[in-house]
Design a protein around this ligand. Sequence first.
Ligand SMILES: [Ca+2]
Ligand SMILES: [Ca+2]
Ligand SMILES: [Ca+2]
Ligand SMILES: [Ca+2]
Length: 193
Amino acid sequence: MPPRLPLRALPVLLAFAALAGAPEAALARKRPPPPPASVQPPVPEGQKLVVVDADGDDVPEVWTYYADAGPEVRGPAHLLRRDIDLNRDGRPDIVAFYDGGRVQREELDLDFDGQPDQVDVYEGGERIRSEVLRPGGGVVQVRHYEGEDLARVEVDRDADGSPERVEYWRRGSIVRVSHDDDSDGEVDRFSAI
Ligand SMILES: [Ca+2]
Ligand SMILES: [Ca+2]
Ligand SMILES: [Ca+2]
Ligand SMILES: [Ca+2]
């Protein structure tokens, strides 16, 4: 089995393929200026870095780190981390960490400002949790998944670790909401939405 790319990266990679065949003038319009070389992090000791420039513009979009287990070993079992630049500004926007060929954690920079906005946590290859970060740090929302389905959303507006609102979801709809109106950590009431 090849190592799994994050699913949401696929449309972007397909877009790269489409762009690769686009007229050069169109590419030039869409391409931001290249970033400073310092954006590329140093390769940790004991790891190997494989860089992919999918559209051939000499600016890589995918950086893959492997455990350095020998001169030719780059299999899924040695995959440690993959960084993907979605908007082609030279900075990774998805940083995915792997263990045993399976993704464990993804850090997503959805607004391309260089700071992660969401962290997805995986177990057994399935996403079990998404944490939404506010600018500057702090988790303001945690979405819990069971299988493919959203099961619970915890909204913690002040990011103090105690949610003010917890939504319980079933088959794509909210079935119940608990509210902690005075933020003392105790549920004060339940409602339908
Ligand atoms: Ca490129
Ligand atoms: Ca980027
Ligand atoms: Ca961001
Ligand atoms: Ca709170």
